[in-house]
Design a protein around this ligand. Structure first.
Ligand code: FES
Ligand code: FES
Length: 155
């Protein structure tokens, strides 16, 4: 089927198999490999992207039925101009192998933007769908709290 999709502000027109997930479309068709495939079953959060600003598990989303603007980790900042949440992950050493990190960052950004980053327990609850096999949870929490303060100061 024919499909038109906006990803990171770029309009893509394509032919796709209706069974294609958004995750496979991003990684295999658009070559946006920052979004990771962990479990491929909605259990780990590694594939988290935003659709119209809301965090979505791209492994559970069929690309054909998608209606909205997709933002991936490649779309929130650049190497020269990183987003405050990306800077905070670097500053607080909030990763080890880095495999879960793009999904953690996209979930963290939505956690802050949606006003769920008040208390540490609230952040932990909101981020509970993002697993980290390296158990960098303490530093991820510190990074989110730090980015929240930076982003609030920038408002
Ligand atoms: Fe989507 Fe694990 S790859 S939740
Ligand atoms: Fe390795 Fe999270 S940094 S899985």
């Amino acid at each position: 089927m024919k499909k038109t999709l906006s990803v990171n502000g770029v309009i893509h027109e394509m032919e796709l198999d209706p069974r294609t997930t958004l995750l496979d479309l991003l990684r295999e068709t658009l070559d946006l490999t920052g979004t990771k495939k962990g479990c491929d079953h909605g259990q780990c959060g590694a594939c988290t992207v935003h659709v119209d600003g809301k965090a979505v598990l791209s492994c559970l989303q069929l690309a054909a039925t998608l209606d909205g603007n997709v933002t991936t980790i490649e779309g929130i900042g650049t190497e020269d101009a990183p987003h405050p949440i990306q800077e905070a992950f670097l500053k607080h050493d909030a990763y080890q192998c880095g495999f879960c990190t793009p999904g953690q960052i996209m979930s963290a950004l939505s956690c802050i933007n949606e006003g769920n980053a008040g208390a540490s327990e609230e952040i932990k609850r909101t981020m509970s769908g993002n697993l980290c096999r390296c158990a960098a949870y303490k530093n991820i929490l510190a990074a989110i709290e730090s980015a929240r303060d930076v982003m609030e100061a920038q408002k």
